[in-house]
Design a protein around this ligand. Structure first.
Ligand code: HEC
Ligand code: HEC
Length: 417
């Protein structure tokens, strides 16, 4: 009973005009667009995901349409893809992103790749599951302005080509149900499929001596400067990757084994919550951008839940260092326009605030090799210009051109020929 559905919508024209009663809203888009005929031709699975997690290609393909559809915002002005642009590794190139009424937000749009299904999302790590959080931007007051997920469902039910797509993907009879859960499922499937593992470095990681000399030198600076204490593992954010073939950068053992920042495993066991299970899942830090933060970052509740030893303001999720060639400006508030500004921060500008991450402070080892003191001051990196140049080469080598080019993640809408 699932005959001729494909021909129906692959040929269908639609005009992106939605009824909108609020006059002050942006003009609806009048361009005639169609869903590309090759919509269902891509394989969204990648070697980077485990065998146990197979992406449903039909759902991801429908998710791709929803991700690029401005109908997800209340006035048809913004799609997810307006702030998560493929050319910018799914960030948006702005210091902070603009919402559906062109009101600036307060944070830098995060790039989207290598996201886990269960992790911590947003700069302040407030959300815990991809499918559960996936419509948060849509119902955000300034980002996309939809009143509720039900409103999105209602709106989609009135759009013919979306109904056709759902009928096709879920093998429904005509005009069966578009549900909130299905919308979430498809969007999450698409976002989960965005995997980045094809940088020059991935190609050569097993063979460090084959890397260009300045990249090799930069990698050494990265390790001696202990960037990998926080930007470790192969997503360069301490997030252990599923199905990882190589761990490119190891944590220096003295930090990995006796991480001064977290409680020890036995302390973990004593604590009454279940934070231990997510111990190395995703990491966060205060890197001394300010003495006092205007954006408080992670909530105290979450910091306590995660057993942060010295909780306070200004803790943010550690971002991946993949794809920095595309993701400027940098930091939660996009304060640094260039990588040079970022490296200058770590080299000279760290503020010794009272909750500065211990991994950025001076450690003094005592006579007992198993203990050390942490001083209140940050450690000085003393990077030379040469070091910085090399470090930059290494960091940029982690960028994945295929991520920003692969058509399977591009807009599925094409203008009417
Ligand atoms: C108006 C711009 C804007 C729009 C539209 C938008 N986002 Fe975002 N997105 C952001 C910003 C800004 C953040 C960081 C927000 C924060 O930390 O509070 C973010 C964060 C995220 C994250 C978390 C990533 C991480 O590493 O933790 C995901 C996932 C995400 N957005 C997906 C989506 C999806 C799906 C849509 C469409 C339903 C969407 N976004 C629409 C700006 C936007
Ligand atoms: C204590 C943990 C920690 C250490 C050590 C550390 N970083 Fe970071 N890094 C972070 C956090 C957390 C952020 C985001 C901070 C924010 O936005 O407030 C960040 C942000 C960045 C960014 C911006 C990425 C983006 O997408 O916005 C770059 C680039 C970066 N770090 C490079 C480095 C380099 C190079 C080193 C070594 C010199 C280093 N980091 C050392 C935790 C750390």
């Amino acid at each position: 009973m699932k005959k001729l559905i494909l021909p129906i919508f692959s040929g269908v024209l639609f005009i992106m005009v939605y009824s909108s009663c609020q006059k002050e809203m942006a003009k609806p888009q009048q361009v005639r667009m169609v869903v590309s005929r090759d919509l269902f031709s891509y394989d969204y699975n990648s070697t980077r995901l485990t065998d146990s997690r197979i992406i449903d290609n039909k759902k991801a393909s429908l998710g791709r349409v929803l991700f690029y559809d401005k109908g997800v915002s209340v006035n048809n002005a913004k799609a997810c893809a307006s702030c998560h642009v493929q050319a910018f590794a799914f960030s948006d190139g702005n210091q902070v992103s603009m919402g559906f009424m062109q009101t600036p937000g307060t944070r830098n749009a995060m790039p989207l790749f290598n996201l886990p299904e269960d992790g911590f999302y947003f700069w302040d790590m407030r959300a815990r599951n991809l499918k559960d959080m996936i419509l948060d931007p849509a119902v955000h007051k300034t980002e996309m302005g939809m009143g509720s997920p039900e409103e999105i469902v209602k709106k989609f039910r009135g759009i013919g080509y979306i109904q056709d797509l759902f009928n096709h993907v879920y093998e429904l009879e005509k005009d069966q149900d578009i549900t909130e859960d299905r919308i979430r499922e498809c969007l999450a499937e698409f976002v989960l499929s965005i995997q980045s593992h094809r940088s020059h470095f991935d190609g050569a990681a097993q063979n460090i001596s084959q890397l260009p000399l300045e990249v090799q030198a930069g990698r050494s600076v990265f390790i001696t400067a202990q960037c990998n204490n926080c930007h470790g593992e192969d997503n360069f954010n301490n997030q252990a990757m599923q199905n990882s073939s190589v761990v490119f950068v190891n944590h220096p053992p003295n930090f990995r084994d006796k991480d001064p920042y977290r409680k020890t495993p036995s302390e973990e066991k004593d604590s009454s919550n279940n934070a231990a299970s997510i111990f190395f899942g995703q990491d966060f830090a205060n890197i001394g951008l300010d003495y006092s933060y205007s954006d408080p970052g992670m909530s105290m509740d979450l910091l306590h839940f995660l057993n942060a030893k010295n909780p306070g303001q200004g803790f943010f999720k550690i971002p991946s260092l993949r794809n920095l060639a595309y993701t400027a400006p940098y930091m939660h508030d996009g304060r640094f326009a260039t990588l040079d500004e970022v490296l200058n921060h770590y080299n000279r500008e760290i503020k010794d605030n009272s909750v500065l991450d211990e991994r950025l402070r001076i450690h003094v080892f005592g006579t007992d090799p198993n203990s050390f003191d942490v001083l209140p001051q940050h450690r000085k990196l003393n990077l030379s210009e040469e070091d910085i140049k090399n470090l930059k080469s290494f960091l940029l080598y982690l960028s994945d051109e295929q991520l920003v080019r692969d058509p399977k993640w591009s807009s599925p809408f094409v203008p009417v020929p």
